[in-house]
Structures are given as structure tokens and as C-alpha cells.
Design a protein. Structure first.
Length: 199
């Protein structure tokens, strides 16, 4: 379906929700998978795939080890970019914006929804550090023993981030690479400009 500035929702989060629902209904394997790009203060960029775990007026929420590479970079340089790629529909959504921490209560609610094995792994893994497999498995066994028969609490080094929206772009594939691209950006009056970008 063609995409045009006048055909999208007036507000970017509403448009994202619409496309996300359509991706899920179309059987896209993991519509919540998003590439997260971060950078150090001196401009060294890195990217990885994380999962969208919340969406509201603040923006796009995900959870991670706060001491990981991405966590450290987001604390030092609180801006990020996201890309959702829904290949089956020839669609992408790109987001650029500021990053903030979610509060501990929100992180704890999500933490409690995770399977126990995921929580054990989060406690055991010194994410982004060099480790061998035997050491990692020993750490898992140590955590299992420590919390045997008990709930695993939210680790002090684990939490969530929310990526706000300074820009959001919807990309729809079209024949001959004449793709449709519509970008949202603030209009300076509390609303959003919707602009067509060249493919």
C-alpha cells in the first residue's frame, strides 16, 4: 500500500502502533525485535538487537543489564536510534531520540513477568565482559543455589530504558526502489510535521 504524509496518523506513536499490529497480524516472526544503536562520548558507535517491552507516550521501552556496553553507553551519552525491520511487509521504522531510565517499580514489574531461567541468567551473566563457558555455567549454578526455593529479586544492576521520539520515519518498499518514506519531526508547537523523504 502506498505511503504518503497525508495517509499516516497525525502522531508517530499512533502510526507505529498501527504498523506494529499489522506486522503481528501478518505473522512477522518477531515484530518486537529492534536494532538499538548507541555511541560513546567520543563517537564510537555500536548496535545490537533488543526486544521492545513497552510503548507509551514516553517512547520505546526495553530492559537490560545496566552495566553492559549498551547500558554504560546510554548512561554516558543518553541518545539512541532504533530500527524495526519487518521484511515480510517490506517495512521499516526508524526512531531517533533521547534516552531516560525507567523507574525501579516499572523495572520490577517487568522483571517479575520473566521466566525464572531468564532471571537466573540475568543474575549470573556479567554482560559484555569476557568470560568462558565453564565460568558462566558455574555462575548459573551459584545463583541457583543462592536463590533455591526463593524468588529472584530485581538485581541492582538491571533495569530499563525508554527511547523518546525526536524523529520517527516509516519506510514502505515500492517497485524499482522508489520507496515511500515519511518522517515525523516536531513542528515547534506541540504537534508533528509529516514529510516525504526521497528514497
Amino acid at each position: 500500500m502506498p505511503l504518503a504524509p497525508e495517509s499516516v496518523e497525525p502522531e508517530p506513536i499512533a502510526q507505529f502502533r498501527l504498523w506494529y499490529r499489522e506486522a503481528a497480524a501478518a505473522g512477522v516472526a518477531q515484530p518486537d525485535a529492534m536494532t538499538l544503536a548507541t555511541a560513546t562520548l567520543n563517537g564510537a558507535v555500536s548496535a545490537r538487537t533488543v526486544l521492545l517491552r513497552g510503548l507509551d507516550e514516553r517512547g520505546f521501552v526495553f530492559f537490560t543489564n545496566l552495566e553492559s556496553e549498551k547500558g554504560s553507553q546510554l548512561v554516558a551519552n543518553p541518545r539512541a536510534a532504533l530500527v524495526f525491520h519487518w521484511r515480510e511487509q517490506e517495512r521499516q521504522v526508524r526512531v531517533v531520540g533521547p534516552v531516560g531510565r525507567v523507574d525501579d517499580a516499572e523495572a520490577a514489574r517487568y522483571w517479575e513477568s520473566r521466566p525464572r531461567g531468564h532471571r537466573v541468567s540475568a543474575w549470573a551473566s556479567p554482560q559484555s565482559e569476557v568470560v568462558d563457558r565453564a565460568e558462566l555455567e558455574a555462575r548459573v549454578a551459584e545463583v541457583e543455589a543462592r536463590f533455591a526455593g526463593r524468588n529472584l529479586p530485581l538485581p541492582p544492576f538491571w533495569g530499563g530504558f525508554v527511547v523518546g521520539v525526536d524523529e520517527l520515519e516509516c519506510w514502505q518498499g515500492r517497485p524499482d526502489r522508489l520507496h515511500d518514506r515519511v518522517r515525523y519531526r516536531p513542528d515547534g508547537h506541540g504537534g508533528w510535521l509529516r514529510e516525504r523523504l526521497a528514497p
